[in-house]
Design a protein around this ligand. Structure first.
Ligand code: ATP
Length: 423
């Protein structure tokens, strides 16, 4: 890989959308006006050089990122959310740039020192090179300079391009996983995403000592990494690899293996009307065979929201009750399923292939009689529990195929009202 490749790739509209190119040259112009060295860093540079799809943009400046942010807002509009303590800012980019995501992180180059393993570091302003040295892997520690005539210069003091060429994931120093064991998750995620290898010395640093620091990580930090894994195409393989390395049980001893046969099923089906949530689907599939107590204990360790806990718990319940539901009438399925989150039902459909679950998701849950409560009132019935019963009986009749027209429903309704009046 040639160093001047970076400029060529940066200007290639096939790699960097014209809207993003405009954004970058505008940032470059304002940084130049402030005489502030300014760089794109991290994943953008890595993916640009690899020819992989580019996601978000991170900007680092040698100077005050908030000052650059203010200048961008003054010149182009939008809004700034400054964080004075860390000298960082988020620029909410105006709609005229036509960009998604419409926010940009502006960071002051910083140095980090770790006082204890697993805790967050102390941060002080520093040079770009210090900033690159605080990062996880050389391939994530490259920068492209933007300001003025330096536009497009690649800075690679830690030899990230060499690692990209050799398809290697390598830590920057032997203490890296001890300082921040979330990097172990990141290493395996990139390994599977790019089909790279862990450099042998790096692999040997995933050892009893670094794994022991995992227990100290907060649930929130671990979950953030797990969330990122479940967003990956090869999530199940990443989980398997983490398991083989002994990472999973060191987070929490009760965490089970991720069932490798769920590899194929960890997919959302866009044609179904189920809220797409690959992350929650991942957790459901992971914990679906656990008991209620185990699920609650894990939810507490990983800091799940109530909704996530309910998704997993409901799926586990449904999986257990599935044998008893087989052969039921559609109305029985519908009543058993209607209080459960759709995602949980969808997950159990994925692993069981039970067609009734798909029928429920696609059709049965939408079945309603023509008759409404208002119409029952108009027929002279007093509102009360019998209302719900009648509407329920009509719905059951539709679901189980006893009705096929509005006229038939009307006839059944009259019979039910007559029974009510007699009793
Ligand atoms: P992707 O989002 O494609 O996984 P990314 O590189 O954009 O990749 P982010 O999680 O957005 O990943 O992190 C941005 C950058 O911050 C990384 O490229 C890396 O340089 C640095 N970074 C992130 N997490 C860590 C960490 N735990 N330790 C050190 N540096 C980190």
């Amino acid at each position: 890989m040639q160093k001047d490749d970076a400029l060529r790739r940066l200007r290639d509209p096939g790699r960097v959308l014209p809207e993003k190119q405009t954004l970058l040259s505008n940032i470059a112009a304002q940084a130049e006006a402030l005489r502030m060295p300014c760089y794109i860093v991290g994943g953008f540079v890595r993916d640009l050089l690899l020819g992989a799809p580019i996601n978000d943009l991170d900007i680092v400046v040698e100077g005050d990122a908030i000052t650059l942010g203010k200048k961008l807002v003054e010149t182009y509009g939008g809004k700034l959310t400054p964080h004075f303590k860390f000298h960082t800012a988020i620029w909410h980019i105006p709609a005229t740039f036509n960009l998604q995501p419409a926010t940009l992180d502006l960071i002051t180059a910083r140095k980090e020192t770790y006082e204890r393993p697993g805790v967050l570091p102390t941060v002080t302003p520093a040079t770009l090179e210090d900033d690159l040295r605080r990062r996880d892997f050389p391939m994530n520690s490259m920068a492209i300079r933007l300001d003025g005539e330096h536009f497009g210069e690649l800075l690679d003091p830690l030899h990230g391009t060499l690692d990209l060429e050799n398809k290697l994931i390598r830590v920057l120093h032997a203490q890296s996983f001890m300082d921040d064991p979330t990097r172990i998750f990141r290493a395996i995620r990139y390994q599977l995403r790019y089909a790279f290898n862990l450099e042998p010395a790096t692999l040997s640093l995933i050892n009893a000592e670094s794994l022991s620091t995992l227990a100290k990580l907060s649930g929130e930090r671990i979950r953030h990494e797990l969330d990122l894994i479940f967003e990956e195409e090869r999530a199940a393989e990443i989980m398997r690899q983490l398991n083989q390395l002994g990472v999973v049980t060191r987070i929490y001893s009760a965490l089970p293996d991720f069932n490798p046969s769920y590899d194929e099923v960890l997919e959302m089906d866009a044609t179904l009307d189920v809220p797409a949530n690959r992350i929650s689907l991942g957790y459901i599939l992971w914990f679906v065979n656990l008991t209620e107590d185990e699920i609650f204990a894990i939810a507490a360790r990983l800091g799940f929201s109530n909704e996530q806990t309910l998704d997993v718990w409901s799926a586990a319940q449904l999986k257990r009750s599935l044998p008893y539901l087989l052969g039921s009438k559609p109305s029985e399925w519908a009543y058993a399923l209607e209080k459960l989150p759709l995602l949980s039902i969808y997950a159990i459909y994925l692993i069981s292939g039970e067609k009734a679950l798909l029928d429920y998701i696609s059709f049965w849950r939408h079945v309603k009689p023509y008759t409404t409560g208002e119409q029952l009132k108009a027929q002279g019935l007093a509102p009360g529990p019998r209302f719900g019963e009648i509407l329920g009986q009509l719905r059951t009749a539709w679901l189980d195929g006893a009705l096929s027209s509005k006229t038939q429903e009307e006839a059944l309704l009259q019979r039910l009202i007559a029974e009510t009046n007699c009793s």
